[in-house]
Design a protein around this ligand. Structure first.
Ligand SMILES: Nc1nc2c(ncn2[C@@H]2O[C@H](COP(=O)(O)OP(=O)(O)OP(=O)(O)O)[C@@H](O)[C@H]2O)c(=O)[nH]1
Length: 304
């Protein structure tokens, strides 16, 4: 794996856990360098496991962003916790997120106890988040408190995802905590494909509804971009392109005066919002990629 004179390449899976609202999604976004997870100022908005991938020359970290662990009160809560527990035992390192500006409480201790039960051999690193919110002196107190909580053998890293402070230090510490190994994903991949793939499928399904037999084989949907709406943390803009093979198919998909495409957007948006757990604006375009099914290069581009 190693090149002479270079440190060995390392790779592995990282999960950030912590009470709701401790900044896990924001941190994932800051590390990946591309906004993928859904952040919200309301607690417990992350319903899905969303992965982001951090690429560095000597390391690759696959981030598994879990829902905030909380004491289960409902069946859904219980199911979320089961999901989180599965995640714990499968990852190489867990970043326990504790905000700098809130006292360590029973919730944090409960999570740590859970970790030690369900994943006793997984390494835990303390991540003290939101350090931009308080003075250096108070931060020092919090770092000592987190270190006391975790014990001397565990690293504690202070970080501000919003201000980008210490983010690379955290990448270094996490990289050293994952095993030596090759890249797990290609370098141009930043997110797990599942959500994007699902979104494309939902749009494709809506676009094909009520159409004849010919179009299904000619229609491909590509999600080109997912961006958070400026100044909003509960709203995503999703840009999708519907590729057809012929101009006549383009007019069918768009419909008279754009009515059909608008309807496709409305119908698929509901499913996408449910999938992502956030509000979504869908921006859809139809393009002709002539005979894409017979062109391997185009097919690759369209995800086949
Ligand atoms: N000032 C400051 N605010 C932050 C920072 N990181 C996150 N926040 C804010 O804290 C709130 C919660 O952040 P999220 O990233 O959604 O927290 P989470 O832990 O993923 O929350 P759940 O999905 O509920 O588990 C949001 O309003 C963020 O803007 C930071 O470094 N500095």
């Amino acid at each position: 794996m190693s090149t002479p004179g270079q440190p060995p390449h390392r790779s592995g899976f990282v999960a950030f856990v912590g009470r709701p609202n401790t900044g896990k999604s924001t941190l994932t976004n800051a590390l990946v360098g591309q906004k993928v997870a859904i952040t919200s100022s309301r607690p417990q908005t992350t319903r899905h496991t969303i992965r982001g991938i951090v690429h560095r020359p000597h390391a690759q970290l696959v981030l598994v962003d879990t829902p905030g662990l909380h004491r289960p009160r409902t069946l859904l809560g219980q199911r979320l916790n089961d999901l989180v527990k599965d995640t714990y035992s499968e990852v190489d390192v867990i970043g326990l997120c504790i905000p700098a500006d809130e006292k360590i409480g029973p919730g944090d201790r409960w999570i740590l106890e859970q970790l030690r039960v369900v994943a006793p051999s997984t390494r835990v690193i303390g991540v003290v988040t939101k350090i931009d919110k308080l003075s250096k002196a108070r931060l020092m107190e919090q770092l000592l408190a987190v270190s006391a909580l975790l014990g001397p053998e565990n690293d504690v890293v202070p970080v501000s995802a919003v201000k980008g402070q210490q983010v690379e230090v955290l990448v270094d510490v996490l990289s050293k905590a994952v095993p030596e190994g090759p890249m797990l994903y290609p370098a141009d991949e930043h997110t797990d494909e599942n959500d994007t793939h699902m979104m494309a499928e939902l749009i494709r399904e809506a676009a094909l509804e009520g159409l004849g037999d010919e179009l299904p084989h000619s229609l491909a949907v590509v999600i080109e971009e997912i961006t958070p709406r400026d100044g909003r943390d509960d709203f995503l803009d999703v840009h999708g392109v519907l590729y057809v093979e012929r101009p006549s198919q383009k007019s069918i998909v768009i419909g008279k005066g754009g009515e059909r495409l608008k309807d496709v957007g409305t119908r698929s948006r509901a499913g996408i919002e449910a999938l992502l757990g956030t509000r979504v604006f869908l921006n859809l375009h139809v393009k002709v990629a002539k005979d894409w099914q017979r062109d391997p290069k185009q097919m690759g581009r369209l995800g086949f």
